[in-house]
Design a protein around this ligand. Structure first.
Ligand code: ZN
Length: 215
């Protein structure tokens, strides 16, 4: 038996409001989007965190960003093992089918996934160590980043691990042969940014200094 319930009333109300205003006022544009297909210029890989609002930060319209979200905006390395790689599938489609010009990895402050990884790597989260923990096994991707953290106070190290999540993803992106090819040909640019939710600020990764600086 398939289990599902009807939408809660507050969502139905919001949908009806959108359809009567935004959609009704831009009907030809939506029709064009449907018939012409999508041609997004950029792929964004961001965290699932509900506070990360990438289309709002960049003022992006429908059709502009091909967005993939997962816990802690992580890209796994290139692995052809027949497993169900949702993130790798999204990346393959963006690059090979949509030919996006940019892939933007967007990290953020106060990331629960990264905090979980920090706790796990510090031996304070045995539940994440369990083989059955999807979050724990996913966050294993960031263990090498934890090992690279500088000495210092915990708040600084936790923030540095959020930056490491972005760097890990940038490095793993380059293990995909079709990405390395597109980057070498000048058809694709990789970008790493980190968003401070409280400050509304964006930092970007500078590959020369391997540090994050203001946008
Ligand atoms: Zn997060």
């Amino acid at each position: 038996m398939t289990v599902a319930r009807l939408l809660p009333a507050y969502l139905v109300q919001r949908y009806q409001g959108w359809r009567a205003t935004t959609f009704a006022e831009n009907r030809p544009w939506y029709r064009r989007l449907a018939t012409e297909g999508q041609r997004p210029r950029a792929m964004v890989i961001s965290c699932c965190d509900s506070r990360v609002h990438v289309t709002s930060i960049f003022g992006a319209e429908q059709g502009e960003f091909f967005i993939h979200r997962n816990i802690a905006n992580l890209v796994p390395p290139f692995e052809q093992d027949g497993a169900r790689h949702g993130t790798s599938a999204a990346i393959e489609y963006a690059v090979e089918a949509l030919h996006v010009a940019h892939i933007i990895v967007l990290g953020h402050s106060n990331c629960g996934g990264v905090q979980g990884c920090y706790a796990m790597c510090s031996g304070r989260a045995p539940e994440l160590e369990a083989e059955t923990s999807f979050v724990g096994r996913w966050m294993d991707l960031l263990r090498p980043g934890f090992d690279r953290l500088p000495e210092g106070d915990e708040a600084m190290r936790a923030r540095a691990l959020e930056h490491e999540a972005v760097i890990t993803s940038l490095d793993n992106l380059m293990t995909f042969p079709f990405i390395a090819r597109a980057v070498a040909a000048g058809d694709l640019g990789l970008h790493g940014i980190w968003h401070d939710i409280a400050e509304g600020s964006l930092l970007q990764f500078d590959p020369d200094t391997r540090t994050f600086g203001p946008v």
